[in-house]
Design a protein. Structure first.
Length: 114
C-alpha cells in the first residue's frame, strides 16, 4: 500500500508526468513486498519552491509512504532510482531532490484497517 507524492517547481507536460508515474510504478518493487498493484501516485508540478534561497533551479520533494517497514539498503536503492527518474524526466539534479520515507503502522483501504 505505498503512496508516492512528488512535488516539484518544474513545469511538466502530461507526457512527463505519465513517465514519472510509470517509472515510479516499476521502481516501487525495489522495496521487498511492494508492487504497483496498490501503489497510488500524485505528481504536483509548477509549485512555488525554494532551496538554498534559490528559486531558479528545478527541485523536488518526493515522499514515499509505505504500510509496514523496509530496510535501509532498500530505501537507498529506491532513493537512487527516484533521483535518476527525476533527473531523466525533469532535469532535477539529485542535489536538489529530497526523498522522505514514512513507515505507516495503521493504513485503511476499502473500509477496513490493515
Amino acid at each position: 500500500m505505498p503512496f508516492i507524492n512528488v512535488k516539484t517547481n518544474a513545469r511538466l507536460s502530461d507526457e512527463q508526468k505519465q513517465e514519472i508515474e510509470n517509472r515510479l510504478s516499476s521502481a516501487i518493487s525495489i522495496l521487498p513486498g511492494k508492487s504497483y498493484h496498490y501503489l497510488m501516485i500524485a505528481v504536483e508540478d509548477n509549485i512555488s519552491m525554494m532551496f538554498h534561497r534559490d528559486t531558479d533551479i528545478n527541485m523536488a520533494m518526493v515522499e514515499v509512504k509505505i504500510f509496514g517497514s523496509s530496510t535501509r539498503s532498500a530505501y537507498q536503492n529506491l532513493t537512487t532510482e527516484i533521483c535518476e527518474i527525476m533527473y531523466d524526466v525533469a532535469q532535477i539534479d539529485g542535489k536538489s531532490c529530497y526523498v522522505k520515507y514514512t513507515e505507516v503502522e495503521h493504513w485503511g483501504y476499502d473500509g477496513v484497517m490493515f
